[in-house]
Design a protein around this ligand. Structure first.
Ligand code: SF4
Length: 378
C-alpha cells in the first residue's frame, strides 16, 4: 500500500451494527487506522437518498452506530470520526461536481439500477393493507406504505411502477454517486475500502475527478478502491447477515438473546442425530452451509477440527452450538463492557463527533479554496 495514502470511508447510520458489519468493514477500518490517515464518516445525507421518509430515529441511530465504532477499536486519536452533515463543504463540492458530471453516467450506473429494483422489492414497493373500495394508490400516505403486503400482489405492474417512480426516482437517489465522489475528493482520499458491489461507484468517482481535472486543471487525486477480502458472515437463518433480513447478531448482543439466536440458528437440516455426518460448509447437500460453523471459523481457532468432527458425525449440533457460545462469551463480554463504559461517559460521542467535524472542516475548507480558485469562483 502506498505511503501517504489517505483513506476515506463512510457508513450509513442504521443503528447498532451486527457481525456482518464488523467483519465486512469495521474491522478493516480499525486495521487501516493504525498506519494511515483515515477519515470515517457517518454519511447521514446518504441515508436520506433512500430513507428520506423515515428520519425519526436518525439521531439515535447515529449515536448507536458510533458507539459500536468506538467499542470495536476506532480511536479518535488515530483517525477523524465525524458526521457528513456537520461539514457543509460536502454539499458544496457535490453541487459543483454535478455541473460537470453527465447525467448519462448516473443513469447508467449499474448499482443504481440494481438498488432501485432491490428497494422496490423490499421497501417502497410494499403496502400495509390493500384499501377496499379505492384504487390501490389512493388514500395511502407515504409513511404508511412501508411494510406489509407486497405491492405486486395488489397492484398492476403499471400501478406499481408509478408508485415506485414517485417514491424512489428522486434526484437525490440518482445523484448519490456524485455526493459520494465529493465525500472522498474533499479529503484527497486516495484509497477507499469497499466491497465488490461498490466498485462501480469508485470508478464513477474516478471519472468525476478526471473530468473535473481535465476542465479546470489538476485539483483532485484519483481515488482507488481498496478491496480487502472479508470472511463470509452468515445470518442465523443461513442467508447473508443483513439488517433487512432480520437475521443478524449485534456486536453488543446481550447474553440471553445471543444464546437464543445461536441455539435457534440454521445448521444442516440433514444432520438429525449427533452421529449423522454433517455438511458444515456450503455444498449441494446443504447449499447455504451451517451458520454455526461459519461463526466457529471466526471465533474458534480450532474450527478445522470442528469441521472434521461434524463431517464424521462425532458431535451433535446442540453440543456444537453450546461450544460456540463458550467461544463467543469472552469477545462479546469485552465488547459490551467497553461500549458501556463509553456510553457512561456523558457526552463522549457528541464530543468525538464535534471534534472530528472540526478537523474534517479544516481540510475540507482548504480543498474548497482550491476548487473555487480552479473554477474562477474566487
Ligand atoms: S455439528 Fe456444528 S458445524 Fe456441524 S452442522 Fe451441527 S452446528 Fe453445524
Amino acid at each position: 500500500m502506498a505511503a501517504g495514502s489517505v483513506v476515506f470511508s463512510g457508513m450509513r447510520p442504521t443503528g447498532r451494527l451486527h457481525l456482518g458489519n464488523y467483519w465486512g468493514a469495521l474491522k478493516n477500518w480499525v486495521d487501516l487506522s493504525r498506519d494511515h490517515a483515515c477519515y470515517f464518516c457517518v454519511v447521514d445525507w446518504h441515508m436520506l437518498t433512500t430513507g428520506y421518509e423515515e428520519t425519526s430515529g436518525l439521531q439515535v441511530n447515529i449515536r448507536e452506530m458510533v458507539l459500536d465504532w468506538l467499542a470495536a477499536g476506532l480511536d479518535p486519536a488515530r483517525c477523524v470520526i465525524f458526521r457528513q452533515s456537520s461539514v457543509a463543504e460536502h454539499a458544496e463540492l457535490a453541487l459543483l461536481l454535478s455541473m460537470t458530471t453527465p447525467l448519462s453516467w448516473l443513469e447508467n450506473n449499474p448499482t443504481w439500477k440494481e438498488q432501485l429494483q432491490e428497494l422496490a422489492k423490499t421497501k417502497h414497493g410494499i403496502l400495509t393493507e390493500p384499501k377496499k373500495g379505492k384504487g390501490p394508490l389512493e388514500g395511502l400516505s407515504e409513511p404508511s406504505v412501508q411494510y406489509g403486503k407486497v405491492a405486486a400482489e395488489v397492484l398492476s405492474e403499471q400501478e406499481r411502477k408509478a408508485y415506485i417512480d414517485r417514491s424512489l426516482r428522486t434526484s437525490g437517489f440518482l445523484f448519490y454517486p456524485v455526493l459520494q465522489a465529493a465525500d472522498i475528493l474533499l479529503y484527497g482520499g486516495t484509497l477507499v475500502p469497499v466491497g465488490q458491489d461498490q466498485l462501480p461507484h469508485i470508478e464513477l468517482a474516478r471519472e468525476i475527478a478526471r473530468r473535473f481535472n481535465s476542465i479546470y486543471g489538476q485539483v483532485f487525486p484519483e481515488p482507488k478502491p481498496l478491496l480487502t477480502p472479508a470472511p463470509r458472515v452468515q445470518g442465523v437463518d443461513g442467508r447473508k447477515m443483513s439488517k433487512s433480513y432480520g437475521n443478524g447478531i449485534e456486536l453488543a448482543e446481550p447474553p440471553e438473546s445471543l444464546k437464543t439466536k445461536v441455539m435457534g440458528a440454521y445448521t444442516d437440516p440433514k444432520k438429525i442425530r449427533a452421529a449423522d455426518p454433517g455438511h458444515p460448509e456450503p455444498c449441494p447437500e446443504n447449499p447455504p452451509g451451517c451458520s454455526i460453523f461459519a461463526l466457529h471459523k471466526l471465533y474458534n481457532t480450532t474450527w478445522e477440527k470442528r469441521r472434521v468432527e461434524c463431517m464424521e458425525g462425532r458431535i451433535g449440533c446442540v453440543a456444537c452450538k453450546r461450544d460456540l457460545l463458550a467461544h463467543l462469551d469472552g469477545p462479546f463480554r469485552e465488547f459490551r463492557e467497553k461500549r458501556e463504559s463509553i456510553e457512561r461517559a456523558a457526552g463522549e460521542v457528541d464530543r468525538i463527533l464535534d471534534d472530528g467535524a472540526k478537523r474534517a472542516r479544516a481540510v475540507a475548507a482548504e480543498t474548497m479554496k482550491r476548487v473555487r480558485r480552479a473554477m474562477r469562483l474566487a
